[in-house]
Design a protein around this ligand. Structure first.
Ligand SMILES: Nc1nc2c(c(=O)[nH]1)N[C@H]1C(S)=C(S)[C@@H](COP(=O)(O)O)O[C@H]1N2
Ligand SMILES: [Mo]
Length: 301
Protein backbone atom coordinates (compact mmCIF):
# COMPACT_ATOMS: atom_id res chain seq x y z
CA UNK A 1 0.00 0.00 0.00
CA UNK A 2 2.62 2.51 1.08
CA UNK A 3 4.52 2.68 -2.19
CA UNK A 4 1.42 3.00 -4.33
CA UNK A 5 0.22 6.25 -2.92
CA UNK A 6 -0.14 9.11 -5.38
CA UNK A 7 -0.69 12.81 -4.89
CA UNK A 8 -3.53 13.02 -7.35
CA UNK A 9 -6.52 11.03 -6.29
CA UNK A 10 -9.08 9.49 -8.51
CA UNK A 11 -12.44 8.31 -7.23
CA UNK A 12 -11.02 4.79 -7.39
CA UNK A 13 -8.11 5.69 -5.14
CA UNK A 14 -10.39 7.29 -2.60
CA UNK A 15 -12.68 4.29 -2.60
CA UNK A 16 -9.81 1.86 -2.19
CA UNK A 17 -8.35 3.96 0.57
CA UNK A 18 -11.68 3.90 2.34
CA UNK A 19 -11.82 0.17 2.06
CA UNK A 20 -8.16 -0.16 3.06
CA UNK A 21 -9.36 -1.65 6.30
CA UNK A 22 -10.02 -5.23 5.40
CA UNK A 23 -12.80 -7.18 6.95
CA UNK A 24 -10.61 -8.77 9.58
CA UNK A 25 -9.36 -5.39 10.77
CA UNK A 26 -12.87 -3.97 10.89
CA UNK A 27 -14.03 -6.94 12.97
CA UNK A 28 -11.01 -6.56 15.25
CA UNK A 29 -11.79 -2.87 15.51
CA UNK A 30 -15.40 -3.59 16.40
CA UNK A 31 -14.36 -6.06 19.06
CA UNK A 32 -12.10 -3.36 20.39
CA UNK A 33 -14.86 -0.79 20.30
CA UNK A 34 -17.21 -3.11 22.16
CA UNK A 35 -14.60 -3.16 24.86
CA UNK A 36 -14.23 0.57 24.86
CA UNK A 37 -17.71 1.80 25.26
CA UNK A 38 -19.75 1.64 22.06
CA UNK A 39 -21.68 -1.44 23.13
CA UNK A 40 -24.77 0.64 23.77
CA UNK A 41 -24.98 1.75 20.16
CA UNK A 42 -25.79 -1.69 18.78
CA UNK A 43 -23.95 -3.38 15.94
CA UNK A 44 -25.45 -1.26 13.14
CA UNK A 45 -24.39 1.98 14.77
CA UNK A 46 -21.02 0.54 15.73
CA UNK A 47 -20.37 -0.61 12.17
CA UNK A 48 -21.41 2.75 10.77
CA UNK A 49 -19.30 4.52 13.38
CA UNK A 50 -16.26 2.57 12.29
CA UNK A 51 -16.49 3.21 8.57
CA UNK A 52 -13.49 5.49 8.22
CA UNK A 53 -13.60 8.69 6.26
CA UNK A 54 -11.64 8.60 3.02
CA UNK A 55 -7.98 9.58 2.81
CA UNK A 56 -9.14 12.56 0.79
CA UNK A 57 -11.52 13.74 3.51
CA UNK A 58 -9.10 13.20 6.38
CA UNK A 59 -6.29 15.07 4.61
CA UNK A 60 -8.16 17.93 2.94
CA UNK A 61 -10.61 19.15 5.59
CA UNK A 62 -8.38 20.20 8.49
CA UNK A 63 -7.90 22.60 11.34
CA UNK A 64 -4.24 23.60 11.72
CA UNK A 65 -4.23 27.35 12.30
CA UNK A 66 -0.43 27.53 12.00
CA UNK A 67 -1.14 27.24 8.26
CA UNK A 68 -4.26 29.41 8.10
CA UNK A 69 -7.80 29.28 9.39
CA UNK A 70 -9.45 27.86 6.27
CA UNK A 71 -10.23 24.15 6.18
CA UNK A 72 -8.18 23.80 2.98
CA UNK A 73 -5.23 25.94 4.15
CA UNK A 74 -3.36 23.09 5.91
CA UNK A 75 -3.46 20.85 2.82
CA UNK A 76 -2.26 23.76 0.69
CA UNK A 77 0.51 25.09 2.94
CA UNK A 78 1.68 22.39 5.35
CA UNK A 79 3.81 20.69 2.69
CA UNK A 80 6.54 23.27 3.34
CA UNK A 81 7.00 22.14 6.96
CA UNK A 82 10.30 20.34 7.60
CA UNK A 83 9.50 17.33 9.76
CA UNK A 84 12.88 15.54 9.77
CA UNK A 85 14.94 15.63 11.87
CA UNK A 86 12.41 16.05 14.69
CA UNK A 87 13.02 16.05 18.39
CA UNK A 88 10.55 15.99 21.25
CA UNK A 89 11.76 17.62 24.43
CA UNK A 90 10.39 15.83 27.48
CA UNK A 91 10.98 17.75 30.67
CA UNK A 92 9.59 18.78 34.05
CA UNK A 93 8.77 16.10 36.61
CA UNK A 94 10.42 13.15 34.87
CA UNK A 95 13.39 10.95 35.78
CA UNK A 96 14.97 11.12 32.33
CA UNK A 97 14.41 14.60 30.86
CA UNK A 98 15.92 15.28 27.48
CA UNK A 99 15.59 15.84 23.76
CA UNK A 100 14.21 12.61 22.33
CA UNK A 101 14.80 12.02 18.64
CA UNK A 102 11.55 11.08 16.88
CA UNK A 103 13.16 8.17 14.99
CA UNK A 104 14.60 6.80 18.23
CA UNK A 105 11.18 7.06 19.89
CA UNK A 106 9.61 5.15 16.99
CA UNK A 107 12.17 2.34 17.32
CA UNK A 108 11.14 1.63 20.90
CA UNK A 109 7.36 1.99 20.49
CA UNK A 110 4.81 -0.49 19.26
CA UNK A 111 2.79 1.21 16.55
CA UNK A 112 -0.75 -0.07 16.24
CA UNK A 113 -3.89 0.93 14.39
CA UNK A 114 -6.75 2.63 16.21
CA UNK A 115 -9.95 3.55 14.44
CA UNK A 116 -11.36 6.48 16.41
CA UNK A 117 -14.31 8.75 16.10
CA UNK A 118 -13.10 12.35 15.98
CA UNK A 119 -15.43 15.17 17.05
CA UNK A 120 -14.50 18.81 16.49
CA UNK A 121 -15.94 21.43 18.82
CA UNK A 122 -17.36 23.04 15.65
CA UNK A 123 -19.87 20.14 15.56
CA UNK A 124 -18.50 18.14 12.64
CA UNK A 125 -17.03 14.67 12.93
CA UNK A 126 -15.01 12.04 11.10
CA UNK A 127 -13.81 8.51 11.70
CA UNK A 128 -10.03 8.27 11.36
CA UNK A 129 -7.84 5.15 11.16
CA UNK A 130 -4.79 6.31 13.11
CA UNK A 131 -1.49 4.59 13.58
CA UNK A 132 0.36 5.35 16.76
CA UNK A 133 1.39 4.32 20.24
CA UNK A 134 -0.05 5.03 23.66
CA UNK A 135 1.07 8.26 25.28
CA UNK A 136 1.52 6.23 28.49
CA UNK A 137 4.33 4.28 26.80
CA UNK A 138 6.13 7.47 25.78
CA UNK A 139 5.77 8.87 29.30
CA UNK A 140 7.18 5.63 30.71
CA UNK A 141 10.27 6.18 28.56
CA UNK A 142 10.89 9.45 30.39
CA UNK A 143 9.80 8.14 33.80
CA UNK A 144 6.97 10.14 35.37
CA UNK A 145 7.70 11.30 38.93
CA UNK A 146 5.12 11.01 41.72
CA UNK A 147 4.74 14.76 42.03
CA UNK A 148 3.42 15.11 38.43
CA UNK A 149 -0.32 15.78 38.07
CA UNK A 150 -0.64 17.22 34.55
CA UNK A 151 0.96 16.90 31.13
CA UNK A 152 1.57 20.00 29.01
CA UNK A 153 2.12 19.83 25.24
CA UNK A 154 3.57 22.34 22.82
CA UNK A 155 3.51 22.56 19.02
CA UNK A 156 6.51 23.62 16.96
CA UNK A 157 7.07 27.40 16.70
CA UNK A 158 8.45 28.12 13.24
CA UNK A 159 6.84 31.14 11.55
CA UNK A 160 9.20 30.82 8.54
CA UNK A 161 7.40 27.60 7.62
CA UNK A 162 4.09 28.21 9.36
CA UNK A 163 2.54 31.32 7.81
CA UNK A 164 -0.35 31.32 10.27
CA UNK A 165 2.10 32.00 13.10
CA UNK A 166 2.85 35.40 11.55
CA UNK A 167 -0.74 36.36 12.37
CA UNK A 168 -1.86 36.67 16.01
CA UNK A 169 -4.95 34.47 15.65
CA UNK A 170 -3.81 32.48 18.68
CA UNK A 171 -1.06 33.10 21.22
CA UNK A 172 1.67 30.98 19.54
CA UNK A 173 2.97 28.37 20.03
CA UNK A 174 -0.18 26.26 20.30
CA UNK A 175 -0.27 24.60 23.72
CA UNK A 176 -2.51 21.93 25.23
CA UNK A 177 -2.74 19.91 28.39
CA UNK A 178 -4.24 16.86 30.05
CA UNK A 179 -4.60 15.69 33.61
CA UNK A 180 -2.10 12.88 34.23
CA UNK A 181 -4.79 10.19 34.51
CA UNK A 182 -6.27 11.33 31.18
CA UNK A 183 -2.81 11.21 29.63
CA UNK A 184 -2.19 7.70 30.99
CA UNK A 185 -5.53 6.33 29.76
CA UNK A 186 -5.03 3.55 27.19
CA UNK A 187 -7.24 5.38 24.66
CA UNK A 188 -4.88 8.37 24.60
CA UNK A 189 -2.73 8.02 21.53
CA UNK A 190 0.34 9.66 20.03
CA UNK A 191 -0.42 9.33 16.33
CA UNK A 192 2.35 8.82 13.80
CA UNK A 193 0.23 7.92 10.81
CA UNK A 194 -3.13 7.44 9.15
CA UNK A 195 -4.17 4.64 6.82
CA UNK A 196 -0.86 2.89 7.49
CA UNK A 197 1.22 5.75 6.10
CA UNK A 198 3.24 8.47 7.79
CA UNK A 199 1.12 11.29 9.13
CA UNK A 200 0.56 13.92 6.41
CA UNK A 201 1.86 17.34 7.47
CA UNK A 202 -1.66 18.80 7.52
CA UNK A 203 -2.65 16.19 10.12
CA UNK A 204 0.19 17.10 12.48
CA UNK A 205 3.35 15.35 11.27
CA UNK A 206 5.36 13.71 12.50
CA UNK A 207 3.70 13.21 15.88
CA UNK A 208 0.41 14.47 17.32
CA UNK A 209 -1.83 13.76 20.25
CA UNK A 210 -5.24 12.08 19.79
CA UNK A 211 -7.74 12.10 22.68
CA UNK A 212 -10.91 10.66 21.15
CA UNK A 213 -13.37 11.54 23.95
CA UNK A 214 -12.46 15.24 23.86
CA UNK A 215 -13.12 17.95 21.31
CA UNK A 216 -10.61 17.91 18.46
CA UNK A 217 -8.67 20.97 19.55
CA UNK A 218 -7.26 19.02 22.52
CA UNK A 219 -5.50 16.75 19.99
CA UNK A 220 -2.49 19.00 19.49
CA UNK A 221 -0.44 18.59 16.32
CA UNK A 222 3.29 18.49 15.52
CA UNK A 223 4.36 18.16 19.15
CA UNK A 224 7.89 19.30 20.09
CA UNK A 225 7.61 19.46 23.86
CA UNK A 226 5.93 17.46 26.61
CA UNK A 227 6.23 18.76 30.17
CA UNK A 228 5.17 16.96 33.34
CA UNK A 229 3.95 19.44 35.92
CA UNK A 230 1.95 19.71 39.16
CA UNK A 231 -0.09 22.69 37.92
CA UNK A 232 -2.93 22.74 35.39
CA UNK A 233 -1.21 24.03 32.24
CA UNK A 234 -2.55 26.86 30.07
CA UNK A 235 -4.23 25.74 26.84
CA UNK A 236 -4.48 27.78 23.63
CA UNK A 237 -8.23 27.89 23.08
CA UNK A 238 -8.93 28.46 26.75
CA UNK A 239 -6.52 31.40 26.71
CA UNK A 240 -8.25 32.74 23.60
CA UNK A 241 -11.77 32.42 25.03
CA UNK A 242 -12.22 30.83 28.47
CA UNK A 243 -16.01 31.17 28.33
CA UNK A 244 -16.23 29.06 25.18
CA UNK A 245 -13.39 26.54 25.66
CA UNK A 246 -12.66 24.83 28.97
CA UNK A 247 -9.57 22.92 30.04
CA UNK A 248 -11.36 19.58 29.99
CA UNK A 249 -13.39 19.96 26.80
CA UNK A 250 -14.86 16.48 27.02
CA UNK A 251 -17.39 15.86 24.28
CA UNK A 252 -20.69 16.56 26.05
CA UNK A 253 -24.03 16.92 24.24
CA UNK A 254 -25.50 18.50 27.38
CA UNK A 255 -23.14 21.44 27.47
CA UNK A 256 -23.72 23.62 24.44
CA UNK A 257 -21.11 25.94 23.03
CA UNK A 258 -22.30 29.49 23.81
CA UNK A 259 -22.82 30.00 20.05
CA UNK A 260 -24.16 26.60 18.92
CA UNK A 261 -25.60 23.28 20.08
CA UNK A 262 -23.32 20.35 20.86
CA UNK A 263 -26.26 17.94 20.84
CA UNK A 264 -25.61 16.73 17.31
CA UNK A 265 -22.88 16.68 14.73
CA UNK A 266 -22.43 16.79 10.96
CA UNK A 267 -20.66 13.69 9.69
CA UNK A 268 -18.09 14.72 7.09
CA UNK A 269 -18.45 12.67 3.90
CA UNK A 270 -21.10 11.68 1.47
CA UNK A 271 -20.81 14.90 -0.53
CA UNK A 272 -23.90 17.05 -0.33
CA UNK A 273 -25.70 14.49 1.75
CA UNK A 274 -23.77 15.01 4.97
CA UNK A 275 -25.72 13.43 7.78
CA UNK A 276 -26.50 15.00 11.15
CA UNK A 277 -26.41 12.51 13.99
CA UNK A 278 -26.76 12.83 17.78
CA UNK A 279 -23.51 13.34 19.69
CA UNK A 280 -22.97 10.81 22.49
CA UNK A 281 -21.40 11.70 25.86
CA UNK A 282 -17.61 11.33 25.76
CA UNK A 283 -17.97 10.86 21.99
CA UNK A 284 -19.17 7.32 22.78
CA UNK A 285 -16.09 6.33 24.82
CA UNK A 286 -18.04 5.61 28.01
CA UNK A 287 -15.19 3.89 29.81
CA UNK A 288 -13.51 7.22 30.52
CA UNK A 289 -16.49 8.24 32.69
CA UNK A 290 -14.70 6.88 35.78
CA UNK A 291 -12.01 9.55 35.32
CA UNK A 292 -14.61 12.21 36.11
CA UNK A 293 -16.60 10.57 38.88
CA UNK A 294 -17.77 13.19 41.38
CA UNK A 295 -16.91 16.09 39.06
CA UNK A 296 -19.50 18.54 37.81
CA UNK A 297 -18.93 18.37 34.06
CA UNK A 298 -21.10 21.43 33.45
CA UNK A 299 -18.78 23.69 35.44
CA UNK A 300 -15.64 21.72 34.50
CA UNK A 301 -16.47 21.84 30.81
N1 LIG B 1 -1.01 22.82 16.70
C1 LIG B 1 -2.31 22.70 16.41
N2 LIG B 1 -2.97 21.58 16.75
C2 LIG B 1 -4.28 21.46 16.47
C3 LIG B 1 -4.99 22.52 15.81
C4 LIG B 1 -4.26 23.68 15.46
O1 LIG B 1 -4.79 24.65 14.89
N3 LIG B 1 -2.93 23.74 15.76
N4 LIG B 1 -6.34 22.38 15.55
C5 LIG B 1 -7.09 21.46 16.41
C6 LIG B 1 -8.46 21.24 15.97
S1 LIG B 1 -9.57 22.49 16.26
C7 LIG B 1 -8.88 20.07 15.42
S2 LIG B 1 -10.51 19.78 15.07
C8 LIG B 1 -7.89 19.02 15.08
C9 LIG B 1 -8.02 18.67 13.60
O2 LIG B 1 -7.25 17.54 13.29
P1 LIG B 1 -7.25 16.99 11.79
O3 LIG B 1 -7.05 18.16 10.88
O4 LIG B 1 -6.13 16.00 11.73
O5 LIG B 1 -8.59 16.37 11.57
O6 LIG B 1 -6.54 19.39 15.35
C10 LIG B 1 -6.37 20.11 16.54
N5 LIG B 1 -4.95 20.30 16.79
MO1 LIG C 1 -11.64 21.48 16.21
Amino acid sequence: MAGRWKNTLTDNDVTSETTYLNRRQIMAGMAGMAGIGLTGLGSQAAAETLTPNSWEEVTSYNNFYEFGTGKDDPARHAGQLTTAPWTVKIDGMVDRPGAYDFDDILKTMTVEERIYRFRCVEAWSMVIPWNGFELADLLALAGVQNSAKYVAFETLMRPEEMPGQRVPVLDWPYVEGLRLDEAMHPLTLMATGIYGKDLPNQNGAPLRLVVPWKYGFKSIKSVVRITLTDKQPPTSWNKANAREYGFYSNVNPEVDHPRWSQGSERKIGGGLFTKRVPTPMFNGYDEVASLYRGMNLKTHF
